[in-house]
Structures are given as structure tokens and as C-alpha cells.
Write a new protein. Structure first.
Length: 552
């Protein structure tokens, strides 16, 4: 899909003027103005399409936490498209508390946590924002855990004169259950949540000082995968929901799940929960306790392809192959050097280390099993080849399996997608994150028997952590940390401003477009431009272009 549209900022609309007048009126009331006197508008008081909100100020930044962007998805709205929130006559006074996380299983205890009333977003804006670029963050977590609050702190981004919005969306079965009785975009409720949040931002961000015609969507892991889904979504393109996209480690699983497969799984889930009558299955599923739905889901979810819908009619890969994606966007995309170590480490921390070669080969076979029906990978040969690639490693089996995860799932897909975007004459910038001391501690380095390196999600702190928290967790030279993190904040925010991440002061390395055959290596002490050939060789992408297959 090629969507032609103007990048120019539109003239003020009657709606925008009405919002401004309403904001001034509200501010006068809040500041005691009235009668014949004059008053200064309260920058913490904002009029939205649903009603007025009043935020708080922290460290010179205006923060508006827990703004509802949809009605609570409960009752008849469970397993249904999200609906816009009701209008309010009273003022919503916000505080330092975030909205509820969406239901999920606690990573430590496995207990059900969160609440279905969870469709909230948070706005972070400079004190005197006016017509600023907007960055909308979609969190990761395999589509089964996470939230838009927690440790995500966009302060350093906001200090560079951008507005940042973070959000929650439905997860797991509540976000993706596909079932014939729930016929609605094949169960992609989470993607619908995200798009409704983006629509809210587009409709309201001007009142916070943002430019609704300059929105960058960015996310990591499942969040990055979501960004890719919206890039190929005709519904998102037609609504002009964003103009730029940053995909952080989101290139995995580009074929996604066919509707028929997803519905078969959904029927199995429903039957297992006692909702096996087709005529009553929807009501039955909506009446179940959240804990039952959480217990019935796996360790990850994935968006579903539905050819009859304009939400996700083709998988990411098929849409890219067919040239049916929003080619008007500016793109930043990348991966981390050792993405896969996290997933192997989580198994080890959970009590299941790789003890010998036989178990290693079993793990490789299990890794490829979901693909074998369509692509008959020779998993035993692949296991052998990766042992040779990592020969001499101190933790050979764990590092070889991690390498398969990294190269097959993330790195080579990121390169392929960047190549497609660049081939469509889009402004495309690829990165390669390599700092092995990243201050990220979901799995403490000392908890596993092999080096984590620059693992999955390791780049997040450099743009979305407070400086003090990064310094507490960093194991390398703090000067190196400060240098690289400062550069990354500059790259991310400059990209949001004009689609070119190269900093205007010329201090940090210029970031070449992917079409030049180069990418930006993000490593301490400073980023540098390198040939894409170095990346392809490290990650064996030539090998994956023609992998070993079982021949009948």
C-alpha cells in the first residue's frame, strides 16, 4: 500500500481552537482567575476530548499518568474491540500513580496480577511544550506481560524537547484469543487497543503541546513487533496514525499466525475451560475468572493474520514481500548482538540448564519444531554447524543455542526488513547494539553460567531509564555509559524531530542510511558507522539465506 499524504503541519482547526479556549477557561477557574482580572493559564490543566485533566510537575516536566484512552474492556467488552472512553463532566486530577497493569502472571511467583480495567496511557511533556514531536512507546513482554509504566522513565528524552506517551494494552488470551464466536479481527484486541491509543494521541496531543502530524511510534520486542504490525496495517495507514517508526528487536516471527490456526488454538482453549458449546462460547468466555484465562495461555502470544480484515490482512513478511505496507514512513530498525542469551538464561534460571550435547540437540530440535510443517529445517545439521561456529566458547552449548536464537529470530530478519524499507526508497537507518555491560537485570549476570553479552532488551535503559538507575546497575566504566547513552538519546529524539537521527551538532557519529550498505554500531565509548558486511558475517546471515533442509 502506498499512501500519499502531506507532511506539512495543518492550520489550526476549529477543534484545536475550541480546546485552547476550554483549557484557558479551566485554568482560570483553577488559578482563581475571574471577574475583570487576568490570569495565567495553568500548564498542568489540559482539556481532552473526554474532559479536563490536571497533571503534576516533577523535575520540571509535566506528567499526566493514568489517562483512560478506552472504556474498561470488561463484561461485554471483554474479547471485543476497544471503545472510546466516556466523556466526563468532572476534572480528572492525576497523581504519581499509574493505571492498572493489564492482567498477567507475575514473572517471579506466577500469581495472577493486574486488572482488566487497564487501558490507560501516560503523557510526559516539557513545561513549555508547543508544537513538539511526539514519541509513543509500546512496551515488550512477549505479548503476555509488561506495562507502560514500571521502570520506563522518558525524562531524558523529554529533556530534548519531545513529548513521550507510554501505554498499556491487553495481553495473552485477553489480548489475542481467536475463536469463531468472537469474530472480530481474528482476536487482535491488543493491536486494536494500541491503534485506539494512537488515535487518542492524534486527537489530543496538541492540547499538551505536541504536533499531531509528527508522531513516532517506537517499541521493543513485542512492542517492536507491534510497530511492524502497524507498519503493514492498512487501517493504521489510512488513519495516518504515525509518521515515523523505531523497531527495537521486533523483527522476530515475521510470518505471524494464520487465522485458521489461531482459531483452532482458541477453540482448544475454550473447550479446556468448559466453553465448548459454539452458541454460548462467547458468553461463557466472558464470564470466566481472569485467573482461568491466564492459566490457559502459553509463554507468549502473537498477532493473527485475517485476510478479511483491514487490521492485519497479511503477515508482516508477506506484506513486505508484496510491497503492501506504509512506504511513506521514516524507519529506524535494529537488533542486539546477543539477543538469544536472555531466552536460554531464563531456562537456566528456571532450573533447566543445558547439561550435555544430547540435551543441546533436543533444544535445537524443539526450537525448530513449530516451523517444520512449512519449512523442513535439518535441525541436527544446524545444531552441528552452530557448535562449529562457537567452537572454543567456555559455555559451548548455551552460547551455540543462544546464537541460533539471535541470528535466526532477530538479527537476520532485522537486516532483511531494513533492506526492504531501503529498497522502497524510505529513509531507513539500521543499528547494531553491542555494549555487553548494559545496565539491565531481568537476569542477573551472575545467575547463569555463560556470558549474557548485549542481550535482548539491553538497549532499553539507554533511552528509557533514569541516569541514576543506569549508573547503579552498570558494571563498566560510567564515563562510557554516559557517553553512549547520551548519544542514543540524541539519535532517538533527533529521528523523531525530522526523520534523520544524525545529530545536528555533529559531535556524535553521522548515521548513514541503510541503502549505503552501512549501519550504526552502538557500543562504548561512542557509536560508529560500520559496513553491514561486518554485521552479516557475525550473525551468519548468509547461512540463513540458504539453511540446511531435510530433503524427502
Amino acid at each position: 500500500m502506498s499512501t500519499a499524504r502531506s507532511r506539512a503541519t495543518s492550520l489550526p482547526t476549529l477543534k484545536a481552537l475550541s480546546l485552547a479556549v476550554a483549557t484557558l477557561s479551566l485554568s482560570a477557574c483553577l488559578t482563581g482567575g475571574g471577574g475583570g482580572g487576568s490570569s495565567t493559564p495553568d500548564p498542568l490543566a489540559v482539556q481532552t476530548t473526554e474532559g479536563s485533566v490536571v497533571g503534576i510537575r516533577q523535575n520540571g516536566i509535566r506528567i499526566f499518568r493514568a489517562i483512560p484512552y478506552a472504556q474498561p474492556p470488561v463484561g461485554e467488552l471483554r474479547f471485543a474491540p476497544p471503545q472510546p472512553p466516556a466523556t466526563r463532566s468532572d476534572t480528572l486530577r492525576l497523581s504519581d500513580s499509574f493505571g492498572n497493569s493489564c492482567p498477567q502472571s507475575d514473572l517471579t511467583t506466577g500469581a495472577a496480577v493486574g486488572d482488566e480495567d487497564c487501558l490507560y496511557l501516560n503523557v510526559y511533556a516539557p513545561a513549555d511544550a508547543a508544537d513538539l514531536p511526539v514519541m509513543v512507546w509500546i512496551h515488550g513482554g512477549a505479548f503476555v506481560f509488561g506495562n507502560g509504566s514500571g521502570e520506563y522513565d522518558p525524562t531524558r528524552l523529554v529533556e530534548q524537547d519531545v513529548i513521550v506517551v507510554t501505554l498499556n494494552y491487553r495481553l495473552g488470551n485477553l489480548g489475542f484469543l481467536a475463536h469463531p464466536a468472537l469474530e472480530s479481527d481474528a482476536g487482535n484486541f491488543a493491536l486494536m487497543d494500541q491503534q485506539l491509543a494512537m488515535r487518542w494521541v492524534k486527537d489530543n496531543i496538541e492540547a499538551f503541546g505536541g504536533d499531531p502530524a509528527n508522531i513516532t511510534l517506537f517499541g521493543e520486542s513485542a512492542g517492536g513487533h507491534s510497530v511492524m504490525s502497524h507498519i503493514v496495517s492498512p487501517r493504521a495507514a489510512d488513519a495516518d496514525l504515525f509518521q515515523r517508526a523505531i523497531v527495537q528487536s521486533g523483527s522476530y516471527a515475521p510470518f505471524q499466525m494464520p487465522k485458521a490456526t489461531a482459531q483452532a488454538i482458541g477453540i482448544g482453549v475454550a473447550n479446556g475451560l468448559g466453553c465448548n458449546e459454539p452458541t454460548t462460547a462467547a458468553d461463557c468466555l466472558r464470564a470466566l475468572p481472569v485467573s482461568a484465562l491466564l492459566a490457559a495461555q502459553g509463554s507468549q502470544s502473537i498477532p493473527v493474520v485475517d485476510a478479511s480484515s483491514d487490521l492485519l490482512p497479511k503477515s508482516i513478511q508477506q506484506a513486505l514481500t508484496d510491497g503492501e505496507f506504509n512506504d511513506t514512513l521514516d524507519i529506524m530498525i535494529g537488533s542486539n548482538q546477543n539477543e538469544g542469551t536472555l531466552f536460554v538464561a531464563l531456562d537456566e534460571v528456571g532450573g533447566d540448564p543445558i547439561d550435555d550435547e544430547a540435551e543441546y540437540r533436543d533444544r535445537v530440535a524443539a526450537f525448530f519444531q513449530p516451523y517444520q510443517a512449512s519449512i523442513p529445517f535439518d535441525d541436527d545439521q544446524i545444531a552441528t554447524d552452530y557448535l562449529n561456529f562457537y567452537d572454543g566458547s567456555t559455555s559451548l552449548y548455551s552460547e551455540a543455542l543462544s546464537g541460533i536464537w539471535t541470528d535466526f529470530m532477530f538479527a537476520c530478519n532485522a537486516y532483511s526488513q531494513a533492506t526492504t524499507f531501503a529498497g522502497a526508497s524510505m529513509n531507513t537507518f539500521q543499528y547494531w547494539f553491542r555494549d555487553e555491560d548494559a545496565p539491565w537485570t531481568l537476569v542477573p549476570p551472575l545467575a547463569v553460567t555463560f556470558p549474557l553479552g548485549a542481550t535482548h532488551a539491553g538497549e532499553i535503559p539507554y533511552v528509557l531509564y533514569a541516569q541514576s538507575l543506569m549508573e547503579q546497575r552498570y558494571t563498566g566504566d560510567l564515563n562510557d555509559l554516559s557517553s553512549l547513552s547520551g548519544e542514543m538519546v540524541d539519535y532517538w529524539t533527533q529521528f523523531a524531530k525530522d526523520g534523520n537521527p544524525s545529530t545536528t551538532d555533529g559531535v556524535a557519529a553521522a548515521w548513514p542510511q541503510a541503502a549505503t550498505g552501512n549501519l550504526l554500531m552502538l557500543d562504548v565509548p561512542n557509536a560508529s558507522s560500520v559496513s553491514t558486511l561486518s554485521f552479516l558475517g557475525y550473525h551468519h546471515c548468509g547461512y540463513w539465506a540458504n539453511p540446511p533442509l531435510l530433503v524427502p
